[in-house]
Design a protein around this ligand. Structure first.
Ligand code: 5AD
Ligand code: SF4
Length: 450
């Protein structure tokens, strides 16, 4: 077997793609290996969403150059270097110009061609291969869906790309137009994951709740209906999905939170800004009022649901009043946890040429203020879990002896101890005893049957 090393940056969809690359290359004699120094092929799967993505890629490629030179010196062996992901899509051939030791550049919609591209690499001629096409035949139809051991929790990409064109975002350019995978292909892959021992599936998409396709009776299905179908798979115990757009939260999906026990009470719903002026400049296509209405409706159907979100701080033109509006909405929603980022210019996006950029220092202080509020809300949410009993999927061993790490229905990390050896992949009841900023601890309830 030849050795494959993959380094992944960015979102869960990139991690899913990397898993797929491993599956894809396995029949071609490549086995995943954690040692970059002895890899026959090194894949760098990149992310372009925020700050300094391009620079980070080039400095990582610099380190890779040193590693492959060392290997050549020690063993005489050549390594193949491939750059994949959204920076590959955006930069194309430029990567080879700046880092001539790179052999392959492959975009997120064409990495199914990796085996062919690798076969074409000739270490003597040092020929280069770039494939950043958006193919006519969807990549999912060409990927190997044989599943290796994934552990108890796995990702499943059901939708890709975005037609919303928020003015700050590179996704519509790097991942392309919205595409929804057909029902059958999703169900087949889910069943394979379950057969491989997976208990929890997180459905992925840049706009996952925009997913729609024809059901078996040619009726249009949305995400709520798809989740109902997936819930019928016997050994699938937990279903999650991310990331959603407020305007695509239809009633079917909201009702699914009430009706489908396997669907976890957690919703990641980015708002980006709590000011309608800024939302307009961002081309988000919704107002804060509409967002709050969605939250109200979701909470009406599923009162204990945990709400998470994304915020961009210091978007061009953001005034202190806009910033206050964001704080007000955050206080109104009360998030269980949320992500916030300083706005960063993405070349080629409409906001990059807006003229009234916010001063870096102002951005930093606003970010700090918002993160402090979000941290308090997360702490409060976690503290509220103390004294409750949560159904927890055990994911892996913790760092300490006898310690396990699991995930609560509300997406909290939860640590507990047990003498039992083989708990990974099982579902246990945990009495929560302590709460921290990013995790909980608890005691496992003794199962009376044992
Ligand atoms: N600057 C800062 N944050 C961004 N995001 C997307 N584009 C940018 C940008 N140019 C954030 C959004 C999105 C998350 C994945 O990344 O909040 O929801
Ligand atoms: Fe980017 Fe907006 Fe599409 Fe989300 S909805 S992927 S932020 S363009």
């Amino acid at each position: 077997m030849k050795k494959l090393f993959i380094k992944t940056h960015g979102c869960q969809m990139n991690f899913y793609d990397s898993e797929k690359m491993v599956d894809l290359l396995k029949p071609h004699g490549y086995q995943l290996n954690n040692n970059v120094e002895d890899a026959d092929i090194i894949v760098l799967n990149t992310c372009h969403i925020r700050e300094k993505a391009v620079e980070k890629t080039y400095s990582e490629l610099g380190r890779i150059r040193d590693k492959i030179a060392l290997r050549k010196e020690k063993t005489g062996k050549d390594s193949i270097v491939a750059v994949a992901g959204c920076v590959a899509q955006a930069q194309g051939k430029e990567i080879m110009r700046r880092s001539p030791w790179v052999d392959i550049v492959v975009g997120p919609q064409s990495f199914q061609n990796l085996p062919e591209l690798i076969a074409k690499v000739d270490p003597i001629k040092k020929n280069k291969h770039v494939d950043i096409n958006f193919p006519v035949i969807p990549k999912f139809d060409q990927l190997n869906h044989e599943v290796r051991d994934r552990g108890p929790s796995a990702f499943l990409t059901i939708q890709e790309g975005c037609d919303k064109f928020c003015t700050f975002c590179v996704v519509p350019y790097t991942r392309g137009a919205e595409y929804s995978r057909p029902v059958k292909s999703i169900i087949d892959e889910a069943k394979k994951l379950i057969d491989a021992g997976v208990k929890e599936i997180t459905l992925l998409g840049q706009n996952v709740n925009a997913w729609n396709a024809n059901g078996p009776n040619k009726k249009k299905w949305g995400l709520g209906r798809l989740i109902a179908e997936l819930a019928k798979i016997k050994d699938l115990e937990f279903i999650r999905y991310t990331t959603s757009h407020p305007l695509d939260m239809d009633l079917d999906l909201i009702e699914a939170h009430r009706d489908i026990e396997k669907l976890m009470p957690y919703l990641h719903l980015p708002l980006q800004s709590g000011s309608d002026n800024i939302l307009k400049l961002m081309n988000r296509k919704h107002t804060t009022k509409q967002y709050l209405k969605v939250i109200e409706k979701v909470r009406h159907y599923k009162p204990d649901i945990a709400i998470s979100g994304d915020f961009i701080i210091g978007f061009p033109g953001e005034s202190s009043r806009d910033h206050e509006s964001t704080i007000n909405v955050i206080n109104e929603v009360q998030y269980s946890q949320a992500y916030s980022f300083k706005y960063s210019i993405r070349p080629g996006t409409p906001a990059a040429i807006y003229y009234n950029h916010v001063d870096e220092k102002v951005k930093s202080s606003r970010l700090q203020e918002i993160q402090e509020i979000l941290r308090e809300q997360q702490m409060r949410f976690n503290k509220n879990s103390i004294g409750s009993t949560l159904k927890v999927l055990v994911l892996k061993h913790g760092k300490k002896n006898g310690q396990y790490l699991g995930r609560s229905p509300f997406n909290q990390s939860i640590y507990f101890n047990s003498e039992e050896l083989n708990l990974i992949g099982s579902t246990v009841d945990i009495d929560v005893t302590e709460a921290f900023q990013n995790s909980l601890t608890g005691k496992m309830k003794i199962n009376k049957c044992i």
